[in-house]
Ligand binder design. Structure first.
Ligand code: IPE
Ligand code: IPE
Ligand code: MG
Length: 249
């Protein structure tokens, strides 16, 4: 189990993204309904946001609800939406106190009006904060985001504001909902599933992946620190040789 002291400040990832998975299975294991599992999951979110602030992480993106999750039973979707609203109600003051800035990515047109308003009020209320940037992926789909970027770029070309030859990675990045957010260096998924599930497909192109067997409500501060320590022990080669990376040649 890692502790804060084991983190090498010089090798900190700027941005960690998490697929918080396993609330339903956690609930089942404890003989409770799925909604109870999601509530417990919200407590884990609080812990991870806290430790992220303590270790001075710049960006934390949490996959809270995918566009595919709209296909879950109506009752579960409604419970997740009201959990989101109640979490925003209970936590916004704490976020402000801890200098956390809330951001959100995803197809927010699909969110119920009251949820969207709550979310954007909290984003506004924290907009002056300069500490951790907490990015909620809500009603998020990476394929949707990529298609939206293609549409935006296509219309810029149609309006002759952009030339086809000028399309590059930077332009593409600027047309994603993650515009201005650095790509995550580390992606964590809990619950022993080895999938990306339509999360940040473009942005994770060179991320280090860390899979934990723990179900999200059981994923605590030490587990998060373990993932960072593990990340810091890896050699990121970006296609080069190990000798090149270590500057032996
Ligand atoms: C993750 O937990 C939370 C959301 C997707 C909203 P799940 O609800 O997917 O939990 P499992 O995978 O069914 O255990
Ligand atoms: C991914 O989890 C989405 C979130 C964590 C919000 P899911 O549980 O929805 O993903 P699949 O269905 O296992 O791919
Ligand atoms: Mg799941």
């Amino acid at each position: 189990m890692a502790s804060k002291e084991q983190i090498d400040k010089k090798k900190m990832p700027k941005h960690i993204a998490i697929i918080m998975d396993g609330n339903g299975r956690w609930a089942k294991q404890h003989g409770k309904n799925r909604i109870f599992g999601h509530k417990q999951g919200a407590k884990a979110v609080k812990e991870i946001v806290e430790i992220s602030g303590e270790i001075e992480l710049e960006y934390l993106t949490l996959y809270a609800f995918s566009t595919e999750n709209w296909n879950r039973p109506k009752l579960e979707v409604e419970a997740l939406m009201s959990l989101l609203v109640s979490s925003i109600n209970s936590e916004t003051r704490e976020l402000i106190k801890n200098n956390v800035r809330l951001l959100a990515i995803g197809n927010h047109d699909k969110l119920p009006k009251n949820v969207r308003k709550k979310l954007y009020d909290a984003i506004d209320a924290t907009s002056k904060n300069t500490g951790l940037k907490l990015v909620l992926a809500l009603s998020y789909s990476s394929k949707w985001e990529i298609l939206e970027a293609v549409k935006k770029i296509a219309s810029q070309i149609k309006e002759e504001k952009l030339q086809v030859e000028d399309i590059n990675e930077t332009i593409f990045d600027q047309n994603l909902t993650t515009k201005d957010i650095p790509h995550p260096e580390l992606m964590i998924r809990t619950s022993g599933e080895f999938r990306i599930s339509n999360f940040l497909l473009w942005q994770l192109a060179y991320a280090e992946l860390f899979f934990s067997d723990k179900l999200w409500p059981d994923f605590g501060k030490e587990d998060f620190l373990d993932a960072i320590v593990n990340f810091q022990q890896r050699e990121r080669r970006f296609g080069k040789t190990s000798d090149q990376v270590q500057q032996k040649i």
